[in-house]
Design a protein around this ligand. Structure first.
Ligand SMILES: [Fe+2]
Ligand SMILES: [Fe+2]
Length: 320
């Protein structure tokens, strides 16, 4: 039985959402209050517990695969957890240069804005390192090879060739999606691994400020654009989503291969087919649908283009 998060209530087409009351000073203060070091999260004697699942079931959705035993579903959950570390490694690699470029355009906006955006970039650089450290810990403990899509440089190159607004929307989507990942891990009472849960929590703590800064970034970019340019930026956002979706389909195949290696059995053709379709959809919800349908992401989209929001609401159900 899946525990999919209910989609948020839609705003009426053409409705305007209230402007968020995000102030740079408040974001900067919050970011300085919650900052942590990698060593606070991982290292020393901290270990992943391979007797437990890592990802909330609402994202892993392994329970639907009734042809897998309980132990195999847990192994699949862990393989998905490893892919999660790698997918975030990929996306943080294009967020970092984009934010660094953006901060140069705001140098005349005062010290608080510059410091807030530099903190944003510095935290993303730290997250890249954090996800790498978790992957290394995973690989030592899991004992079987888990391949991942990439390389990060190629993904970054493809994403960053799009309009700035397209990329900023993708980043905003990712920030709100990360908030949802932690919230779901708190709701999930199936005994998630405490270290993986701590990763989600620490990421959430800093990403909460990124989501607000990225909202301001999207609005600043959109304010300089015509409606046609905003629509082009939105189309670019959808195109990047399609590109990432192709990668998720490939990752699903890699996850199946890792599961077969780890369990020592090959699934019969009919089960493989079901696995690939079902887990691709689970990945779509984890990385695409959960951001596209996030109420705060939709609110920003409504402010810059009610038409784009209406269009997204026709697309999003395929990713949920
Ligand atoms: Fe991050
Ligand atoms: Fe972030």
């Amino acid at each position: 039985m899946q525990t999919k998060t209910a989609p948020p209530a839609p705003l009426a087409p053409g409705a305007t959402a209230a402007m968020p009351a995000y102030s740079i000073e408040a974001i900067l203060n919050a970011s300085e209050r919650v900052q942590w070091a990698i060593e606070d999260v991982i290292g020393g004697d901290k270990r992943l517990e391979f007797t437990r699942p890592f990802l909330p079931e609402s994202f892993a959705r392994t329970a639907e695969l009734e042809f897998l035993s309980g132990a195999e579903r847990r192994t699949l959950n862990q393989v998905r957890g490893h892919a999660y570390l790698s997918v975030f490694g990929l996306v943080e690699e294009f967020i970092l240069p984009f934010v660094l470029d953006h901060v140069r355009t705001r140098l005349d906006e005062g010290d608080a804005a510059v410091r807030a955006f530099l903190n944003f970039a510095g935290e993303e650089a730290k997250h890249i390192e954090l996800f790498k450290r978790f992957r290394a810990t995973f690989e030592r403990g899991f004992g079987h090879r888990c391949d991942v899509i990439g390389p990060p440089e190629a993904v970054a190159k493809e994403v960053l060739r799009h309009d700035a607004l397209a990329v900023a929307l993708v980043i905003l989507h990712i920030e709100w999606m990360t908030q949802r990942h932690f919230v779901e891990s708190v709701r999930d009472d199936s005994g998630l691994d405490p270290l993986f849960k701590s990763l989600l929590r620490h990421h959430w703590m800093e990403e909460a400020q990124h989501a607000k800064l990225d909202t301001l970034m999207v609005e600043a970019l959109a304010a300089r654009l015509t409606p046609a340019e905003i629509q082009a930026g939105f189309e670019g956002y959808l195109a990047i989503g399609g590109f990432l979706d192709t990668g998720l389909r490939q990752q699903t195949e890699l996850d199946l291969a890792a599961l077969e290696r780890a369990t020592g059995r090959t699934l019969p053709p009919e089960q493989r087919e079901r696995f690939l379709a079902q887990q691709h959809q689970a990945n779509r919800w984890t990385y695409l649908g959960s951001g596209m349908s996030h109420p705060s992401f939709l609110a920003t989209l409504t402010r810059i283009s009610p038409a784009a929001r209406a269009q997204l609401e026709t697309v999003a159900p395929s990713f949920c």
